[in-house]
Write a protein that binds this ligand. Structure first.
Ligand code: HEC
Length: 466
C-alpha cells in the first residue's frame, strides 16, 4: 500500500506512470491466486442437463426474442442450428461479451464462461449434440421466459419512418402516460424494434405534478433533433410545458440503451423511479444509424412496477466529462498519441455503491477505477483491459459496496488516437476532444457514473439482486 499512499501526494502529471505500477501489482496478485481446479467434465454431456443452463444464464439474456443478439438460443432446435458457431465464439471468448476483468471485481449477473463451460460445450458438439432428458428442458425454458411480463408498455403513436438516405437521424420523442394512481418503478426497459437502425437511446422522465387540467399530454410525438437547433422550440412543439408555460419536473437518464445493455433493476425498497399520474418518458435522444432503404421503427418501453414505496432514495454522480470532477490532463487527445487521463473525487461521507457505468467512445482502450480509503486500502471497482465501444454496461455489484468517508475514487482512461486503432473515426488521425460535452461518437468522453446512497450499517450484506 506504500505505492498508493505515495501517489495521492503526487502531482497530477505523475498519475499515469504510477497507475501502471499499481495495476501491475494488482494483476500479479490476482493471477497468482487463481486456482485451476476445473471440475471433471461429464462423460456424455447433454443439452438438457449441461448446455441449456449455461446458455440460459450467459446467452439468452441477449439471444432471445427482441434481445440484442441476432438469433434466439432458447430451445434445442435453435441451439442446434448454431451449435458449431457457439463452440467457436465461446472458445475464442468472443461471446458472451463481458469487457470487465472478472479477476479484478465481480458483478451481478456477470456473463463470464469458466473453462469448464467452454470445454463442456465443445465436448457436447463433438459427441453429436445429444438432447438428453427433455423433462429438464421444459423447466429450463420456463425459468428463462418467466417474470418477463411488464406492468405497462409505452409505445410510439405510429411507427417512425426512416428514409433510405444513408444519413444518421437524431430524434426527440415523447412516450406520454396517464395512470390512475402514482406508481413506483423498479425498471424501465427499452425494447428496440428495428435493431439494424436503432443505435442508442437516452431517456428522461417528466412528471406533471400536480396534474395538468387542460391536458396536452398526448399531443406531439417526435421531432428531429437538429443538433444546432433550439431545444426549447422542440419542447414546445412536443407540448411539454405545463398549462401555465412553466416546465415540469425532469429526471435525467432513467433508461439509457446501447445494444446489449440490460436495464438497471432496483432491488426491493431501494431507489426506483416515481411515475406520477401524468407524465412521459422523453427520449432525448434516439439515434438511428444510416439506412440505404426506407424502413420503419416501432421500438417501445416495458415498465415494471415495485410493490411498495422505496425507503431509500439513490443518488448518482458523474466523474469526468460533464461531471463533478475534472479530467486531468484535459481530454484533448493529440493525433498519433496514446494518452491516459484521470479523474478523482473525495467521498465526504460513508456511502454504499450500487452500480457503476464507465463510458468512453471510439478511442477508448482501457479503463480502471478504484477507491483508496483513508487507511490506504484499495477497493477495486472495475478494470477493463480491452475497452470495447460496443459493450458498455451498467455494472451492478453483487452486494452494496461500502466506500468509507475520506476515500478517494480514481478513474483512469487510456485513449488510442493512432492509425493502429481500427475504430479511429479519422484517417489520418486528428485532435479529438470532449468539445463542450458533445455526445457525438466522433468526439470523446471519459466518464464514470456512480449510483450510490448514504451508508447504513449492514449494507455490505444487502444483495442487489432484484
Ligand atoms: C450482451 C449481449 C449478448 C450476450 C450476453 C451474448 N451475445 Fe452472442 N451476440 C450478440 C450480438 C449483438 C451479436 C451480433 C453481433 C456480433 O456478432 O458481434 C452476437 C452474435 C453471436 C453469434 C454469431 C457470431 C458471428 O460471427 O456471426 C453467436 C454464435 C453468438 N452470438 C453466440 C452467443 C453465445 C453462445 C452466448 C453465450 C455464451 C452469447 N452469444 C452471449 C449479443 C450477445
Amino acid at each position: 500500500m506504500l505505492v498508493t499512499r505515495l501517489w495521492v501526494a503526487l502531482s497530477n502529471k505523475n498519475y499515469v506512470c504510477i497507475t501502471i505500477v499499481v495495476c501491475t501489482l494488482l494483476l500479479y496478485a490476482c493471477t497468482s491466486s487463481t486456482s485451476n481446479t476445473t471440475p471433471t467434465l461429464p462423460q456424455h454431456p447433454t443439452y438438457a442437463s449441461d448446455i441449456a443452463p449455461i446458455l440460459i444464464k450467459n446467452c439468452v439474456p441477449c439471444h432471445k426474442k427482441n434481445g440484442a443478439g441476432p438469433f434466439e438460443l432458447l430451445n434445442y432446435e435453435q441451439v442446434l442450428k448454431h451449435a458449431k458457431m457457439i463452440r467457436e465464439v465461446t472458445r475464442s471468448r468472443y461471446m458472451p461479451p463481458w469487457p470487465a476483468d472478472a479477476t479484478y471485481s465481480q458483478f451481478l449477473d456477470q456473463k463470464v464462461l469458466s473453462q469448464y463451460d467452454i470445454d463442456v460445450i465443445n465436448k457436447w458438439v463433438e459427441q453429436g449434440k445429444p438432447i438428453g432428458n427433455t423433462k429438464l428442458i421444459a423447466t429450463n425454458k420456463t425459468i428463462a421466459t418467466k417474470a418477463l411480463q411488464p406492468d405497462m408498455v409505452l409505445r410510439m403513436k405510429t411507427p417512425y419512418k426512416i428514409m433510405g438516405t444513408n444519413m444518421d437521424s437524431f430524434l426527440i420523442m415523447k412516450f406520454p402516460f396517464e395512470i390512475p394512481e402514482k406508481k413506483y418503478v423498479r425498471y424501465i426497459e427499452f425494447v428496440p424494434d428495428n435493431k439494424r437502425v436503432v443505435h442508442h437511446v437516452n431517456t428522461n422522465l417528466i412528471s406533471y405534478f400536480p396534474p395538468m387540467h387542460n391536458s396536452k399530454l398526448m399531443q406531439g410525438n417526435y421531432y428531429q433533433n437538429t443538433l444546432s437547433g433550439n431545444k426549447q422550440q422542440v419542447y414546445e412543439r412536443l407540448a411539454i410545458p405545463n398549462d401555465d408555460g412553466t416546465y415540469p419536473q425532469l429526471q435525467i437518464s432513467v433508461c439509457n440503451y446501447l445494444p446489449g445493455m440490460e436495464a438497471y433493476k432496483f432491488p426491493d425498497g431501494i431507489g426506483g423511479y416515481v411515475f406520477q399520474k401524468q407524465g412521459m418518458l422523453l427520449v432525448d435522444e434516439l439515434h438511428y444509424g444510416p439506412s440505404l432503404k426506407d424502413t420503419t421503427d416501432n421500438s417501445y418501453f416495458n415498465i415494471y412496477f415495485m410493490p411498495n414505496a422505496p425507503k431509500r432514495p439513490t443518488q448518482e454522480i458523474t466523474l469526468g466529462t460533464n461531471g463533478k470532477s475534472a479530467v486531468v490532463p484535459p481530454l484533448i487527445i493529440q493525433p498519433n498519441t496514446v494518452s491516459t487521463h484521470s479523474t478523482q473525487i473525495i467521498v465526504n461521507q460513508d456511502v454504499s455503491l450500487l452500480n457503476i457505468n464507465p463510458h468512453m467512445h471510439l478511442l477508448g482502450k482501457r479503463f480502471v477505477a478504484y477507491a483508496i480509503t483513508p487507511k490506504g486500502d484499495t477497493i477495486p471497482l472495475i478494470k477493463i483491459n480491452k475497452w470495447d465501444f460496443r459493450w458498455q454496461y451498467v455494472y451492478t455489484f453483487n452486494h452494496m459496496l461500502k466506500i468509507p468517508k475520506g476515500s478517494t475514487i480514481y478513474a483512469f482512461g487510456t485513449f488510442d488516437n493512432t492509425v493502429h486503432n481500427v475504430l479511429n473515426p479519422f484517417y489520418p488521425p486528428r485532435v479529438v476532444s470532449e468539445r463542450n460535452g458533445s455526445m457525438l461518437t466522433t468526439d470523446e468522453m471519459f466518464q464514470l457514473i456512480i449510483m450510490y446512497l448514504p451508508y447504513q450499517k449492514g449494507d455490505e450484506n444487502i444483495s442487489l439482486k432484484p
